[in-house]
Design a protein around this ligand. Structure first.
Ligand SMILES: [Zn+2]
Ligand SMILES: [Zn+2]
Length: 287
């Protein structure tokens, strides 16, 4: 019993193309989580959405929740790349926070409309629903989904998913840890660590300590902070993402070797990979 996580893309800010980006992939952030009981949850709708649509198609029609961390374009542009929106039998529930510049319904319907997109909602065969996610916790099927605000220009949310199997994932893209308030720190650390440390932390690693000072206010974290948070709360497995658009396979491979020397359970996200998330041995002790 476990959750499965598919990485459609984890390139940050804008897509990258070319032979230098084949191994880690150039598609922007979009991940698919399949729970132990078959619920399907997509995190963000970057250009990785097109490979996620392919994976979903192999599983067959049904319900899919699409959960947005925030609405920057690198997390939205893949909405135009999902052919399943035009097929009957599919049901997509778009969920996300109400931020200063709009809630999930306003933003998604603004993007998938002229002049940005020519096809009207009436021409799409799938069913669509919208739900603002402002509560601290909701249920999606048998999944327990918690959220907390994280520092990022315009606002952003991190999510924790607890599966019926006892496995837990925290998804935290687009977070500038060094700009956090005390309240944000407490909320995020609590979410990562309680009621037990998450089995996998997916976190922004756009920068490194060596260059982070030059990009204060850009909204991203350096990998050293990501693995530091994990270590402080007992999360053993970390997946680093939101790779800088200019970071080549050569650079990311070198970085991964460096990261693994510090934290053996850390790795860099690669487009097209499936990961298994199992509950750690302590989960049976947890309420
Ligand atoms: Zn982003
Ligand atoms: Zn962003």
């Amino acid at each position: 019993m476990s959750m499965q996580l598919f990485i459609g893309g984890m390139r940050g800010s804008q897509p990258a193309t070319g032979t230098a980006f084949e191994q880690f992939g150039g598609d922007t952030t979009s991940l698919l989580l399949v729970s132990s009981e078959g619920e399907r949850l997509v995190f963000d709708a970057g250009t990785g959405m097109h490979t996620i649509a392919r994976e979903l198609a192999t599983m067959g029609p049904g319900e899919v929740a699409v959960l947005f961390s925030h609405y920057h374009l690198d997390h939205m542009v893949g909405l135009t790349m999902n052919p399943l929106f035009y097929e009957s039998g599919w049901s997509f529930k778009f969920m996300g926070p109400a931020l200063a510049d709009g809630d999930v319904r306003e933003v998604v319907t603004r993007v998938l409309a002229p002049p940005y997109w020519p096809v009207s909602w009436e021409q799409m065969e799938a069913r669509f629903e919208f739900a603002t996610f402002d509560a601290e916790e909701i249920g999606i099927g048998n999944l327990r989904v918690r959220q907390c605000p994280v520092p990022h220009p315009g606002g952003c949310r991190a999510y924790r998913i607890d599966d019926a199997s006892g496995a837990a994932l925290v998804y935290a893209t687009d977070i500038e840890w060094r700009n956090r308030t005390k309240a944000q720190e407490t909320a995020f650390v609590t979410m990562c660590g309680e009621p037990k440390p998450a089995d996998l932390l997916v976190i922004d690693a756009h920068f490194a300590e060596a260059n982070a000072d030059a990009f204060v206010g850009w909204g991203h974290t350096c990998w050293e902070d990501g693995v530091g948070i994990a270590g402080s709360v007992g999360v053993e497995r970390v997946l680093l993402g939101h790779h800088a658009p200019e970071a080549t396979d050569q650079a990311l491979n070198a970085l991964e070797q460096q990261v693994k020397k510090c934290v053996p359970g850390a790795a860099l996200a690669r487009s097209g990979q499936w990961l298994t998330i199992k509950g750690n041995r302590n989960h049976a002790d947890m309420a």
